[in-house]
Unconditional design. Structure first.
Lengths: 350, 269
Protein backbone atom coordinates (compact mmCIF):
# COMPACT_ATOMS: atom_id res chain seq x y z
CA UNK A 1 0.00 0.00 0.00
CA UNK A 2 2.45 2.57 -1.24
CA UNK A 3 1.93 6.04 -2.62
CA UNK A 4 3.71 7.58 -5.57
CA UNK A 5 2.62 11.01 -6.67
CA UNK A 6 4.02 13.74 -8.86
CA UNK A 7 1.52 16.56 -9.24
CA UNK A 8 1.27 20.11 -10.46
CA UNK A 9 -1.45 22.50 -9.32
CA UNK A 10 -1.87 26.22 -9.75
CA UNK A 11 -3.82 27.80 -6.91
CA UNK A 12 -3.92 31.56 -7.22
CA UNK A 13 -0.41 32.85 -6.66
CA UNK A 14 0.97 29.52 -5.48
CA UNK A 15 2.29 27.16 -8.08
CA UNK A 16 2.59 23.77 -6.47
CA UNK A 17 4.85 21.19 -8.03
CA UNK A 18 5.57 18.30 -5.71
CA UNK A 19 6.65 14.71 -5.98
CA UNK A 20 6.16 12.37 -3.06
CA UNK A 21 6.95 8.72 -2.65
CA UNK A 22 5.77 6.89 0.45
CA UNK A 23 6.40 3.16 0.88
CA UNK A 24 3.80 1.02 2.66
CA UNK A 25 3.88 1.39 6.43
CA UNK A 26 5.94 4.57 6.41
CA UNK A 27 5.13 8.15 7.33
CA UNK A 28 6.08 11.18 5.27
CA UNK A 29 5.89 14.57 6.93
CA UNK A 30 5.39 17.55 4.67
CA UNK A 31 6.78 20.51 6.56
CA UNK A 32 6.50 24.11 5.46
CA UNK A 33 5.22 27.59 6.25
CA UNK A 34 1.58 28.61 5.72
CA UNK A 35 0.71 28.99 2.07
CA UNK A 36 3.54 26.74 0.93
CA UNK A 37 1.12 24.38 -0.78
CA UNK A 38 1.04 21.62 1.83
CA UNK A 39 -2.73 21.53 2.19
CA UNK A 40 -3.15 21.80 -1.56
CA UNK A 41 -1.05 18.66 -1.90
CA UNK A 42 -3.27 16.85 0.61
CA UNK A 43 -6.45 17.94 -1.20
CA UNK A 44 -5.05 16.61 -4.46
CA UNK A 45 -4.08 13.29 -2.88
CA UNK A 46 -7.56 13.06 -1.33
CA UNK A 47 -9.22 13.65 -4.70
CA UNK A 48 -10.90 16.83 -3.49
CA UNK A 49 -8.92 18.93 -5.95
CA UNK A 50 -8.06 17.65 -9.43
CA UNK A 51 -4.42 18.40 -10.29
CA UNK A 52 -3.51 20.41 -13.39
CA UNK A 53 -0.89 17.88 -14.30
CA UNK A 54 0.90 14.74 -13.18
CA UNK A 55 -0.22 11.52 -11.56
CA UNK A 56 -1.15 9.99 -8.23
CA UNK A 57 -0.73 6.27 -7.85
CA UNK A 58 -1.52 4.01 -4.91
CA UNK A 59 -0.30 0.42 -5.08
CA UNK A 60 0.26 0.92 -8.78
CA UNK A 61 -3.38 1.85 -9.30
CA UNK A 62 -3.77 5.29 -10.86
CA UNK A 63 -5.98 7.63 -8.80
CA UNK A 64 -5.06 10.61 -10.94
CA UNK A 65 -3.43 10.66 -14.32
CA UNK A 66 -4.01 13.95 -16.05
CA UNK A 67 -2.52 12.94 -19.40
CA UNK A 68 -4.71 9.83 -19.51
CA UNK A 69 -7.78 11.71 -18.25
CA UNK A 70 -8.03 9.63 -15.07
CA UNK A 71 -9.50 11.23 -11.95
CA UNK A 72 -10.91 8.98 -9.28
CA UNK A 73 -13.34 11.05 -7.17
CA UNK A 74 -12.61 11.31 -3.45
CA UNK A 75 -15.37 8.95 -2.37
CA UNK A 76 -13.97 6.13 -4.49
CA UNK A 77 -10.44 6.38 -3.09
CA UNK A 78 -9.48 4.05 -0.27
CA UNK A 79 -8.24 6.74 2.04
CA UNK A 80 -8.73 8.21 5.45
CA UNK A 81 -8.21 11.84 6.30
CA UNK A 82 -7.86 13.67 9.58
CA UNK A 83 -8.65 17.37 9.18
CA UNK A 84 -7.05 20.18 11.12
CA UNK A 85 -10.22 20.88 13.11
CA UNK A 86 -11.33 17.24 12.77
CA UNK A 87 -14.72 18.05 11.15
CA UNK A 88 -16.58 15.46 13.19
CA UNK A 89 -20.22 15.52 12.10
CA UNK A 90 -21.96 17.48 14.87
CA UNK A 91 -25.35 15.80 14.33
CA UNK A 92 -24.03 12.26 14.79
CA UNK A 93 -22.82 10.50 17.92
CA UNK A 94 -19.16 9.62 18.28
CA UNK A 95 -20.01 6.01 17.39
CA UNK A 96 -21.94 6.98 14.25
CA UNK A 97 -19.13 9.33 13.21
CA UNK A 98 -16.70 6.42 13.25
CA UNK A 99 -19.27 4.11 11.64
CA UNK A 100 -19.94 6.60 8.81
CA UNK A 101 -17.14 5.40 6.53
CA UNK A 102 -18.04 1.76 7.12
CA UNK A 103 -21.69 2.44 6.20
CA UNK A 104 -20.86 4.28 2.98
CA UNK A 105 -18.57 1.45 2.00
CA UNK A 106 -21.40 -1.05 2.19
CA UNK A 107 -21.56 -2.35 5.76
CA UNK A 108 -24.97 -2.76 7.40
CA UNK A 109 -25.88 -0.56 10.35
CA UNK A 110 -25.21 -3.22 12.99
CA UNK A 111 -21.97 -4.37 11.39
CA UNK A 112 -20.73 -0.77 10.96
CA UNK A 113 -21.48 0.06 14.58
CA UNK A 114 -19.67 -3.05 15.79
CA UNK A 115 -16.64 -2.11 13.71
CA UNK A 116 -16.78 1.46 14.98
CA UNK A 117 -17.03 0.31 18.60
CA UNK A 118 -13.91 -1.78 18.06
CA UNK A 119 -12.02 1.25 16.75
CA UNK A 120 -13.21 3.43 19.59
CA UNK A 121 -11.92 0.83 22.02
CA UNK A 122 -8.61 0.90 20.22
CA UNK A 123 -8.26 4.65 20.79
CA UNK A 124 -9.49 4.12 24.37
CA UNK A 125 -12.73 6.05 23.94
CA UNK A 126 -15.16 3.15 24.12
CA UNK A 127 -17.13 4.78 26.94
CA UNK A 128 -17.75 7.99 24.98
CA UNK A 129 -19.53 6.27 22.06
CA UNK A 130 -22.90 7.88 22.78
CA UNK A 131 -21.57 11.45 23.11
CA UNK A 132 -21.86 14.19 20.52
CA UNK A 133 -18.64 15.71 19.15
CA UNK A 134 -19.48 18.98 20.93
CA UNK A 135 -19.07 17.23 24.28
CA UNK A 136 -15.50 16.07 23.62
CA UNK A 137 -12.23 17.66 24.62
CA UNK A 138 -9.75 18.54 21.89
CA UNK A 139 -7.63 15.47 22.52
CA UNK A 140 -10.66 13.18 22.49
CA UNK A 141 -11.96 14.72 19.26
CA UNK A 142 -8.56 14.16 17.67
CA UNK A 143 -8.66 10.48 18.62
CA UNK A 144 -12.21 10.09 17.29
CA UNK A 145 -11.13 11.72 14.02
CA UNK A 146 -8.22 9.29 13.77
CA UNK A 147 -10.48 6.30 14.51
CA UNK A 148 -12.96 7.53 11.88
CA UNK A 149 -10.19 7.87 9.28
CA UNK A 150 -8.66 4.46 10.03
CA UNK A 151 -11.92 2.50 10.42
CA UNK A 152 -12.43 2.14 6.66
CA UNK A 153 -9.11 0.29 6.35
CA UNK A 154 -7.58 2.88 4.02
CA UNK A 155 -4.57 2.36 1.79
CA UNK A 156 -3.58 5.98 2.32
CA UNK A 157 -3.87 8.06 5.48
CA UNK A 158 -3.75 11.85 5.22
CA UNK A 159 -3.23 14.00 8.31
CA UNK A 160 -3.69 17.77 7.99
CA UNK A 161 -2.04 19.53 10.96
CA UNK A 162 -3.48 16.85 13.23
CA UNK A 163 -2.09 18.32 16.46
CA UNK A 164 -2.22 22.05 15.81
CA UNK A 165 -5.61 22.58 17.47
CA UNK A 166 -4.41 21.11 20.78
CA UNK A 167 -2.83 22.86 23.74
CA UNK A 168 0.82 22.10 24.48
CA UNK A 169 0.23 19.55 27.23
CA UNK A 170 -2.44 17.56 25.37
CA UNK A 171 -0.31 17.67 22.27
CA UNK A 172 2.45 15.77 24.02
CA UNK A 173 0.28 12.80 24.97
CA UNK A 174 -1.75 12.79 21.76
CA UNK A 175 1.46 12.90 19.73
CA UNK A 176 2.76 9.80 21.50
CA UNK A 177 -0.54 7.99 20.87
CA UNK A 178 -0.60 9.07 17.24
CA UNK A 179 2.91 7.69 16.87
CA UNK A 180 1.75 4.33 18.21
CA UNK A 181 -1.25 4.19 15.82
CA UNK A 182 0.84 5.22 12.83
CA UNK A 183 3.32 2.48 13.73
CA UNK A 184 0.50 -0.09 13.58
CA UNK A 185 -0.89 1.24 10.29
CA UNK A 186 0.12 -0.77 7.23
CA UNK A 187 -0.62 1.82 4.55
CA UNK A 188 1.18 4.96 3.49
CA UNK A 189 0.78 8.08 5.64
CA UNK A 190 1.23 11.69 4.58
CA UNK A 191 1.33 14.18 7.46
CA UNK A 192 1.18 17.89 6.81
CA UNK A 193 2.47 20.15 9.55
CA UNK A 194 4.22 23.42 10.23
CA UNK A 195 5.52 22.15 13.56
CA UNK A 196 8.98 20.60 13.16
CA UNK A 197 8.57 18.66 16.39
CA UNK A 198 5.58 16.78 14.93
CA UNK A 199 7.59 16.04 11.83
CA UNK A 200 10.62 14.87 13.82
CA UNK A 201 8.57 12.75 16.20
CA UNK A 202 6.17 11.10 13.78
CA UNK A 203 7.78 10.80 10.38
CA UNK A 204 10.22 8.43 8.76
CA UNK A 205 10.99 11.03 6.14
CA UNK A 206 10.55 14.78 6.02
CA UNK A 207 9.81 16.84 2.95
CA UNK A 208 10.33 20.55 3.44
CA UNK A 209 8.17 22.63 1.12
CA UNK A 210 8.44 26.33 0.37
CA UNK A 211 6.47 28.18 -2.31
CA UNK A 212 5.10 24.96 -3.69
CA UNK A 213 8.51 23.33 -4.20
CA UNK A 214 10.53 20.78 -2.28
CA UNK A 215 13.55 22.49 -0.76
CA UNK A 216 14.81 19.56 1.25
CA UNK A 217 13.98 15.91 1.77
CA UNK A 218 15.45 13.31 4.06
CA UNK A 219 15.22 11.55 7.39
CA UNK A 220 14.14 13.94 10.18
CA UNK A 221 17.45 13.88 12.05
CA UNK A 222 19.35 14.65 8.88
CA UNK A 223 17.11 17.61 8.06
CA UNK A 224 17.47 19.00 11.60
CA UNK A 225 21.23 18.62 11.58
CA UNK A 226 21.78 19.96 8.10
CA UNK A 227 19.03 22.38 7.17
CA UNK A 228 19.28 23.60 3.59
CA UNK A 229 17.34 26.83 3.76
CA UNK A 230 16.90 29.65 6.17
CA UNK A 231 13.34 28.56 6.86
CA UNK A 232 14.33 25.04 7.86
CA UNK A 233 17.17 26.42 9.95
CA UNK A 234 14.88 28.80 11.81
CA UNK A 235 12.42 26.01 12.37
CA UNK A 236 15.00 23.90 14.09
CA UNK A 237 16.62 26.96 15.67
CA UNK A 238 19.75 27.32 13.60
CA UNK A 239 21.18 30.38 11.92
CA UNK A 240 22.28 29.19 8.52
CA UNK A 241 25.01 31.05 6.67
CA UNK A 242 26.18 30.15 3.17
CA UNK A 243 29.87 30.65 2.45
CA UNK A 244 33.06 29.23 1.03
CA UNK A 245 35.38 27.04 3.07
CA UNK A 246 38.99 28.13 3.36
CA UNK A 247 40.76 25.80 5.76
CA UNK A 248 39.57 26.36 9.31
CA UNK A 249 37.56 29.41 8.43
CA UNK A 250 34.65 30.14 6.12
CA UNK A 251 34.25 33.31 4.09
CA UNK A 252 30.56 34.10 4.19
CA UNK A 253 28.68 35.06 1.02
CA UNK A 254 27.10 37.93 2.94
CA UNK A 255 30.49 39.22 4.15
CA UNK A 256 32.50 38.35 7.26
CA UNK A 257 34.29 35.24 8.36
CA UNK A 258 33.49 32.38 10.69
CA UNK A 259 36.15 30.29 12.33
CA UNK A 260 35.36 26.59 12.41
CA UNK A 261 36.94 23.62 14.11
CA UNK A 262 37.01 21.28 11.14
CA UNK A 263 38.67 21.74 7.77
CA UNK A 264 36.26 23.08 5.15
CA UNK A 265 36.63 23.71 1.42
CA UNK A 266 34.37 24.88 -1.40
CA UNK A 267 30.75 25.97 -1.01
CA UNK A 268 29.51 25.18 2.48
CA UNK A 269 26.73 25.98 4.90
CA UNK A 270 27.64 27.15 8.39
CA UNK A 271 25.08 26.38 11.08
CA UNK A 272 25.13 28.20 14.42
CA UNK A 273 22.81 27.05 17.20
CA UNK A 274 21.25 29.97 19.03
CA UNK A 275 22.23 28.59 22.44
CA UNK A 276 25.91 28.66 21.52
CA UNK A 277 25.84 32.41 20.82
CA UNK A 278 26.92 34.58 23.77
CA UNK A 279 26.12 38.31 24.01
CA UNK A 280 28.28 41.01 25.57
CA UNK A 281 27.69 44.72 26.11
CA UNK A 282 31.43 45.45 25.46
CA UNK A 283 33.93 43.71 23.25
CA UNK A 284 35.04 40.79 25.46
CA UNK A 285 38.70 40.66 26.47
CA UNK A 286 40.82 37.83 25.07
CA UNK A 287 38.19 37.50 22.40
CA UNK A 288 37.35 34.14 20.94
CA UNK A 289 38.02 33.91 17.20
CA UNK A 290 34.38 34.48 16.34
CA UNK A 291 33.50 37.93 17.64
CA UNK A 292 31.09 40.17 15.74
CA UNK A 293 29.47 43.51 16.40
CA UNK A 294 25.72 43.08 16.14
CA UNK A 295 22.53 45.01 16.66
CA UNK A 296 19.59 43.51 18.54
CA UNK A 297 16.61 43.76 16.19
CA UNK A 298 14.04 41.59 17.93
CA UNK A 299 13.45 39.47 21.01
CA UNK A 300 10.84 36.74 21.55
CA UNK A 301 10.37 34.86 24.81
CA UNK A 302 10.82 31.21 24.08
CA UNK A 303 10.19 29.11 27.19
CA UNK A 304 12.69 30.08 29.89
CA UNK A 305 14.90 31.78 27.33
CA UNK A 306 14.58 34.77 25.07
CA UNK A 307 15.40 34.30 21.43
CA UNK A 308 17.25 37.37 20.19
CA UNK A 309 17.46 38.27 16.53
CA UNK A 310 20.76 39.87 15.72
CA UNK A 311 21.63 41.87 12.66
CA UNK A 312 25.09 42.82 11.50
CA UNK A 313 27.75 41.51 9.21
CA UNK A 314 26.76 38.04 10.37
CA UNK A 315 23.02 37.66 11.04
CA UNK A 316 22.47 35.35 13.99
CA UNK A 317 19.93 34.08 16.47
CA UNK A 318 20.90 33.95 20.14
CA UNK A 319 19.09 32.31 23.02
CA UNK A 320 19.76 33.95 26.40
CA UNK A 321 18.07 33.21 29.69
CA UNK A 322 15.35 35.62 30.71
CA UNK A 323 17.48 36.57 33.74
CA UNK A 324 20.51 37.40 31.62
CA UNK A 325 18.30 39.34 29.22
CA UNK A 326 17.13 41.52 32.11
CA UNK A 327 20.59 41.82 33.68
CA UNK A 328 22.16 43.04 30.47
CA UNK A 329 19.28 45.50 30.08
CA UNK A 330 18.78 44.33 26.51
CA UNK A 331 16.42 46.26 24.28
CA UNK A 332 15.87 46.24 20.52
CA UNK A 333 18.22 48.60 18.73
CA UNK A 334 21.13 48.04 21.15
CA UNK A 335 24.66 47.52 19.84
CA UNK A 336 26.23 44.36 21.27
CA UNK A 337 29.02 41.92 20.71
CA UNK A 338 28.29 38.31 19.85
CA UNK A 339 30.76 35.49 20.28
CA UNK A 340 30.66 31.83 19.27
CA UNK A 341 33.28 29.20 19.95
CA UNK A 342 34.67 27.70 16.76
CA UNK A 343 34.02 24.23 18.16
CA UNK A 344 30.32 25.01 18.36
CA UNK A 345 29.93 25.92 14.72
CA UNK A 346 28.78 23.15 12.38
CA UNK A 347 29.86 23.27 8.79
CA UNK A 348 28.79 21.03 5.95
CA UNK A 349 29.08 20.97 2.20
CA UNK A 350 26.34 22.60 0.14
CA UNK B 1 -22.71 47.24 29.39
CA UNK B 2 -22.43 50.77 30.78
CA UNK B 3 -25.23 53.33 31.05
CA UNK B 4 -23.75 55.57 28.39
CA UNK B 5 -23.70 52.77 25.85
CA UNK B 6 -27.33 51.97 26.52
CA UNK B 7 -28.76 55.45 26.01
CA UNK B 8 -30.12 56.15 22.51
CA UNK B 9 -29.62 59.60 20.91
CA UNK B 10 -32.90 61.50 20.35
CA UNK B 11 -32.60 61.72 16.51
CA UNK B 12 -32.62 57.93 16.50
CA UNK B 13 -34.97 57.34 19.38
CA UNK B 14 -37.92 59.46 18.18
CA UNK B 15 -38.20 57.96 14.66
CA UNK B 16 -37.77 54.51 16.17
CA UNK B 17 -40.67 55.08 18.56
CA UNK B 18 -42.83 56.40 15.71
CA UNK B 19 -41.95 53.33 13.65
CA UNK B 20 -42.96 51.00 16.46
CA UNK B 21 -46.24 52.85 16.89
CA UNK B 22 -46.87 52.71 13.18
CA UNK B 23 -46.35 48.96 13.11
CA UNK B 24 -48.16 48.10 16.32
CA UNK B 25 -51.14 50.51 16.39
CA UNK B 26 -53.10 48.87 13.53
CA UNK B 27 -52.85 45.54 15.31
CA UNK B 28 -54.00 47.13 18.56
CA UNK B 29 -56.89 48.70 16.64
CA UNK B 30 -57.86 45.30 15.36
CA UNK B 31 -57.93 43.92 18.90
CA UNK B 32 -59.87 46.94 20.21
CA UNK B 33 -62.54 46.63 17.52
CA UNK B 34 -62.92 42.89 17.92
CA UNK B 35 -66.48 42.00 18.99
CA UNK B 36 -65.29 39.58 21.68
CA UNK B 37 -68.83 38.59 22.70
CA UNK B 38 -69.86 37.71 19.18
CA UNK B 39 -66.60 35.94 18.45
CA UNK B 40 -67.79 32.37 18.68
CA UNK B 41 -70.88 32.71 16.43
CA UNK B 42 -68.77 34.52 13.85
CA UNK B 43 -66.11 31.82 13.92
CA UNK B 44 -68.61 29.03 13.54
CA UNK B 45 -70.57 30.81 10.81
CA UNK B 46 -70.89 28.77 7.59
CA UNK B 47 -68.00 29.39 5.25
CA UNK B 48 -65.48 30.51 7.88
CA UNK B 49 -64.40 27.02 8.86
CA UNK B 50 -64.34 26.07 5.21
CA UNK B 51 -62.14 29.00 4.28
CA UNK B 52 -59.83 28.34 7.20
CA UNK B 53 -59.51 24.65 6.37
CA UNK B 54 -58.88 25.42 2.69
CA UNK B 55 -56.23 27.97 3.66
CA UNK B 56 -54.41 25.61 5.98
CA UNK B 57 -54.54 22.69 3.55
CA UNK B 58 -53.45 24.67 0.49
CA UNK B 59 -50.66 26.50 2.36
CA UNK B 60 -49.38 23.19 3.71
CA UNK B 61 -49.49 21.59 0.26
CA UNK B 62 -47.72 24.61 -1.25
CA UNK B 63 -45.03 24.31 1.44
CA UNK B 64 -44.63 20.59 0.73
CA UNK B 65 -44.23 21.26 -3.00
CA UNK B 66 -41.78 24.07 -2.22
CA UNK B 67 -39.71 21.76 -0.01
CA UNK B 68 -39.55 18.98 -2.59
CA UNK B 69 -38.57 21.33 -5.41
CA UNK B 70 -37.00 24.24 -3.55
CA UNK B 71 -34.42 22.47 -1.38
CA UNK B 72 -32.74 20.83 -4.40
CA UNK B 73 -32.84 24.19 -6.19
CA UNK B 74 -31.22 25.87 -3.19
CA UNK B 75 -28.51 23.20 -3.24
CA UNK B 76 -27.85 23.82 -6.93
CA UNK B 77 -27.60 27.56 -6.28
CA UNK B 78 -25.33 27.16 -3.25
CA UNK B 79 -23.11 24.23 -4.17
CA UNK B 80 -22.98 23.42 -7.85
CA UNK B 81 -20.70 25.19 -10.27
CA UNK B 82 -23.06 25.24 -13.24
CA UNK B 83 -22.82 28.18 -15.59
CA UNK B 84 -25.38 30.98 -15.38
CA UNK B 85 -25.96 30.46 -11.67
CA UNK B 86 -26.23 34.21 -11.07
CA UNK B 87 -28.93 34.53 -13.72
CA UNK B 88 -30.71 31.50 -12.28
CA UNK B 89 -30.74 33.07 -8.82
CA UNK B 90 -32.10 36.33 -10.26
CA UNK B 91 -34.91 34.43 -12.04
CA UNK B 92 -35.78 32.56 -8.87
CA UNK B 93 -36.01 35.76 -6.88
CA UNK B 94 -38.30 37.51 -9.37
CA UNK B 95 -41.51 36.27 -7.65
CA UNK B 96 -40.21 37.87 -4.43
CA UNK B 97 -40.44 41.36 -5.92
CA UNK B 98 -43.15 40.76 -8.52
CA UNK B 99 -46.62 42.03 -7.59
CA UNK B 100 -48.56 38.83 -6.88
CA UNK B 101 -51.36 39.92 -9.24
CA UNK B 102 -48.85 39.90 -12.09
CA UNK B 103 -47.82 36.41 -11.02
CA UNK B 104 -51.45 35.36 -11.17
CA UNK B 105 -51.86 36.80 -14.66
CA UNK B 106 -48.67 35.06 -15.80
CA UNK B 107 -49.81 31.73 -14.37
CA UNK B 108 -53.17 32.19 -16.09
CA UNK B 109 -51.46 32.82 -19.41
CA UNK B 110 -49.41 29.65 -19.11
CA UNK B 111 -51.75 27.25 -17.34
CA UNK B 112 -55.11 28.73 -18.40
CA UNK B 113 -57.23 26.80 -20.85
CA UNK B 114 -55.83 28.85 -23.71
CA UNK B 115 -52.32 28.93 -22.20
CA UNK B 116 -49.24 27.28 -23.65
CA UNK B 117 -49.17 24.42 -21.16
CA UNK B 118 -52.83 24.64 -20.15
CA UNK B 119 -54.15 23.94 -23.65
CA UNK B 120 -51.98 20.86 -23.95
CA UNK B 121 -53.08 19.62 -20.51
CA UNK B 122 -56.68 20.16 -21.52
CA UNK B 123 -56.40 18.44 -24.89
CA UNK B 124 -54.19 15.53 -23.81
CA UNK B 125 -55.61 14.73 -20.38
CA UNK B 126 -58.78 16.80 -20.05
CA UNK B 127 -57.22 18.63 -17.08
CA UNK B 128 -58.21 22.23 -16.38
CA UNK B 129 -56.29 24.05 -13.68
CA UNK B 130 -57.65 27.59 -13.26
CA UNK B 131 -60.39 28.12 -10.67
CA UNK B 132 -59.63 24.86 -8.84
CA UNK B 133 -57.99 24.14 -5.49
CA UNK B 134 -54.96 22.96 -7.47
CA UNK B 135 -54.73 26.47 -8.88
CA UNK B 136 -54.71 27.86 -5.33
CA UNK B 137 -51.78 25.59 -4.42
CA UNK B 138 -49.92 26.52 -7.61
CA UNK B 139 -50.42 30.24 -7.06
CA UNK B 140 -49.26 30.00 -3.45
CA UNK B 141 -46.26 27.87 -4.39
CA UNK B 142 -45.27 30.38 -7.08
CA UNK B 143 -45.28 33.24 -4.60
CA UNK B 144 -43.93 31.45 -1.53
CA UNK B 145 -41.26 29.06 -2.84
CA UNK B 146 -38.62 31.77 -3.38
CA UNK B 147 -38.74 32.52 0.36
CA UNK B 148 -37.83 28.93 1.07
CA UNK B 149 -35.17 28.78 -1.64
CA UNK B 150 -33.46 31.95 -0.43
CA UNK B 151 -33.39 30.96 3.22
CA UNK B 152 -32.21 27.40 2.51
CA UNK B 153 -29.54 28.71 0.16
CA UNK B 154 -28.39 31.05 2.91
CA UNK B 155 -28.25 28.16 5.37
CA UNK B 156 -26.27 26.08 2.89
CA UNK B 157 -23.79 28.89 2.35
CA UNK B 158 -23.40 29.40 6.08
CA UNK B 159 -22.85 25.67 6.67
CA UNK B 160 -19.22 24.56 6.54
CA UNK B 161 -18.81 22.85 3.15
CA UNK B 162 -15.73 21.09 4.46
CA UNK B 163 -18.02 18.66 6.28
CA UNK B 164 -18.96 17.53 2.79
CA UNK B 165 -15.26 17.08 1.96
CA UNK B 166 -14.91 14.98 5.10
CA UNK B 167 -17.88 12.85 4.02
CA UNK B 168 -16.30 12.38 0.58
CA UNK B 169 -13.05 11.14 2.12
CA UNK B 170 -15.18 8.65 4.06
CA UNK B 171 -16.54 7.17 0.85
CA UNK B 172 -19.83 9.05 0.57
CA UNK B 173 -20.93 10.11 -2.94
CA UNK B 174 -22.65 13.47 -3.33
CA UNK B 175 -26.17 12.11 -2.91
CA UNK B 176 -25.27 10.20 0.26
CA UNK B 177 -23.41 13.26 1.52
CA UNK B 178 -26.46 15.41 0.86
CA UNK B 179 -28.79 13.04 2.70
CA UNK B 180 -26.61 12.11 5.64
CA UNK B 181 -24.51 15.25 6.21
CA UNK B 182 -25.75 18.37 4.42
CA UNK B 183 -29.46 17.94 5.11
CA UNK B 184 -29.09 17.36 8.87
CA UNK B 185 -26.63 20.27 9.13
CA UNK B 186 -29.00 22.76 7.49
CA UNK B 187 -32.20 21.29 8.97
CA UNK B 188 -32.83 24.36 11.18
CA UNK B 189 -32.49 26.61 8.13
CA UNK B 190 -34.88 24.42 6.16
CA UNK B 191 -37.39 24.49 9.01
CA UNK B 192 -37.21 28.28 9.23
CA UNK B 193 -37.56 28.57 5.46
CA UNK B 194 -40.56 26.23 5.50
CA UNK B 195 -42.32 28.25 8.20
CA UNK B 196 -41.66 31.47 6.31
CA UNK B 197 -42.89 29.88 3.09
CA UNK B 198 -46.00 28.55 4.82
CA UNK B 199 -46.82 31.94 6.34
CA UNK B 200 -46.40 33.63 2.96
CA UNK B 201 -48.60 31.00 1.29
CA UNK B 202 -51.26 31.40 3.97
CA UNK B 203 -51.47 35.15 3.35
CA UNK B 204 -51.42 34.89 -0.43
CA UNK B 205 -54.12 37.03 -2.06
CA UNK B 206 -53.27 38.60 -5.42
CA UNK B 207 -52.05 35.61 -7.39
CA UNK B 208 -54.74 33.39 -5.92
CA UNK B 209 -57.70 35.63 -6.78
CA UNK B 210 -56.33 36.20 -10.29
CA UNK B 211 -55.48 32.64 -11.14
CA UNK B 212 -57.85 30.62 -8.96
CA UNK B 213 -60.77 32.96 -8.54
CA UNK B 214 -62.94 33.28 -5.46
CA UNK B 215 -65.21 30.27 -5.13
CA UNK B 216 -66.27 29.37 -1.61
CA UNK B 217 -65.21 25.84 -0.74
CA UNK B 218 -62.75 25.37 -3.60
CA UNK B 219 -60.66 28.51 -3.97
CA UNK B 220 -61.83 31.01 -1.36
CA UNK B 221 -58.99 31.10 1.17
CA UNK B 222 -58.96 33.21 4.35
CA UNK B 223 -57.45 36.40 2.87
CA UNK B 224 -60.04 36.30 0.08
CA UNK B 225 -62.80 35.73 2.63
CA UNK B 226 -61.56 38.67 4.72
CA UNK B 227 -61.57 41.00 1.73
CA UNK B 228 -65.07 39.92 0.70
CA UNK B 229 -66.44 40.09 4.23
CA UNK B 230 -65.13 43.62 4.71
CA UNK B 231 -67.50 44.81 1.98
CA UNK B 232 -70.72 43.38 3.43
CA UNK B 233 -70.02 42.51 7.09
CA UNK B 234 -67.05 44.38 8.62
CA UNK B 235 -67.41 42.56 11.92
CA UNK B 236 -66.90 39.21 10.23
CA UNK B 237 -63.83 40.62 8.49
CA UNK B 238 -62.39 41.64 11.86
CA UNK B 239 -62.90 38.19 13.29
CA UNK B 240 -61.36 36.50 10.26
CA UNK B 241 -58.42 38.91 10.45
CA UNK B 242 -58.00 38.06 14.09
CA UNK B 243 -57.69 34.39 13.18
CA UNK B 244 -54.97 35.19 10.64
CA UNK B 245 -53.22 37.41 13.17
CA UNK B 246 -53.23 34.53 15.67
CA UNK B 247 -51.74 32.21 13.07
CA UNK B 248 -49.05 34.80 12.24
CA UNK B 249 -48.15 35.23 15.89
CA UNK B 250 -47.90 31.46 16.27
CA UNK B 251 -45.52 31.44 13.29
CA UNK B 252 -43.42 34.12 14.91
CA UNK B 253 -43.27 32.08 18.11
CA UNK B 254 -42.06 29.10 16.10
CA UNK B 255 -39.29 31.22 14.62
CA UNK B 256 -38.49 32.96 17.89
CA UNK B 257 -35.44 30.90 18.68
CA UNK B 258 -34.05 31.63 15.26
CA UNK B 259 -34.61 35.35 14.74
CA UNK B 260 -35.72 37.05 17.90
CA UNK B 261 -33.38 34.87 19.93
CA UNK B 262 -30.35 35.69 17.85
CA UNK B 263 -30.52 39.44 18.27
CA UNK B 264 -31.32 39.02 21.94
CA UNK B 265 -28.42 36.63 22.52
CA UNK B 266 -25.91 39.43 23.01
CA UNK B 267 -27.91 40.96 25.84
CA UNK B 268 -28.04 37.78 27.89
CA UNK B 269 -25.58 38.16 30.79
Amino acid sequence: MSLAADVRVRRGAVHVELAVDVPAGSVLAVLGPNGAGKSTLLRVLAGLLPPDGGRVEVDGEPWDDVSAGVHLPAHRRRLGMVFQDYLLFPHLTVLDNVAFGLRTRGAGRREARAGAAEWLARVELGDLAARRPGQLSGGQAQRVALARALAGDPALLLLDEPLSALDARTRLTVRAELRRHLGAFGGATVLVTHDPVDAMALADRVLVVEDGRVVQAGPPAEVARRPRTDYVARLVGLALLPGTGEGTSVRLDGGGRVAVAEQAAGPVLVAVRPESVALWPERPAGSPRNTWPVRLTGATPHGATVRCELDGEVPLLADVTAAAFAELGLAPGMQLWATVKASEVTVYAR
Amino acid sequence: MSRAERSVPAPLLIPAVVAVAFLVLPLVGLLVRTPWSGLWPQLTAPGVGEALRLSLVSATLATAVSLVLGVPLAWVLARSRIRGRGLLRALVTVPLVLPPVVGGVALFLVLGRQGIVGRWLDEAFGITIPFTTTAVVIAETFVAMPFLVISVEGALRAADARFEDAAATLGADRWTTFRRVTLPLVAPGIAAGAVLCWARALGEFGATITFAGNFPGTTQTMPLAVYLALQRDPEAAIVLSLVLLAVSLATLLLLRGRWLGRSGAGAVP
